[in-house]
Design a protein around this ligand. Sequence first.
Ligand SMILES: NC(=O)c1ccc[n+]([C@@H]2O[C@H](COP(=O)([O-])OP(=O)(O)OC[C@H]3O[C@@H](n4cnc5c(N)ncnc54)[C@H](OP(=O)(O)O)[C@@H]3O)[C@@H](O)[C@H]2O)c1
Length: 250
Amino acid sequence: MPTALVTGASSGIGLAFARKLAATGHDLVVVARSEDKLKNLADEVRVNVEVLPADLTDAEQLAAVESRCAAGIDLLVNNAGAGTYGDFAQTDMEALDREVRLDVVAPMRLTHAALPGMVSRRSGGIINIASVAAFQAGPSNAVYSAAKAFVLSFTEAVHEEVRASGVHVTVVCPGATRTEFQQRGGFAGGKLPDFVWDDAESVVDAALKALARNQAVCVPGLFNKISTVTSQVAPRSLSRKISARVSSRI
Ligand SMILES: NC(=O)c1ccc[n+]([C@@H]2O[C@H](COP(=O)([O-])OP(=O)(O)OC[C@H]3O[C@@H](n4cnc5c(N)ncnc54)[C@H](OP(=O)(O)O)[C@@H]3O)[C@@H](O)[C@H]2O)c1
């Protein structure tokens, strides 16, 4: 059976990835800080599961996950992520630093660990989770938007570098998705209209279809597709102002 390593598999989109990948015949390596939730997942699914608890903002714990990636996996899902909400100058510096380690450094290092083996085997896949926030500057989400812009640009570049190798690399840019994310990051989310919200399972379905086609960028959901295309054609000065208005509603 192919083996998929999923970071952030203890809740939300990562948990939905783990369940879907198990249901479609993958053994799993599941990573997050909450070992109890990962063990519950291992009990729930009917495939082999390695529980690998790790805080990906900790260099030593991240190195252990890098070693597991380098030892050989067929699919890497860099999903773990978190955001901070509020004015940059007022946000705790240590929280911002952790955000960059989790959202930027961890997916970059894990991709680097997994990719050489995949390229030499001429098979495998990497899914990196960015966000619609990647497409424009995000006042009140300055570091999160910049981190996700890194994931988008980085993944597109790696996709192009390995496209002849048989390894599929896709970046997924979800919009508002009902998970624990908003609560953890201090986003209330309550003022956003119902039609903008997606569920984690739809995001996962779109991501896995895109990976199978080796599509470089996947934006799940019609509303998100329209909003990201609009922000790419609009002047940056307008995009960031619209983004500030949206942020004031979440
Ligand atoms: N939900 C949305 O609206 C939305 C929109 C766009 C993009 N995204 C992106 O989607 C991805 C998944 O988020 P989600 O919505 O599923 O949020 P979630 O429900 O909060 O899940 C986040 C996952 O990341 C793990 N995680 C957090 N900090 C970690 C750390 N330091 N080390 C290891 N694992 C850590 C969490 O597990 P533990 O707490 O157990 O460590 C959890 O499994 C993120 O990259 C997020 O930026 C979400």
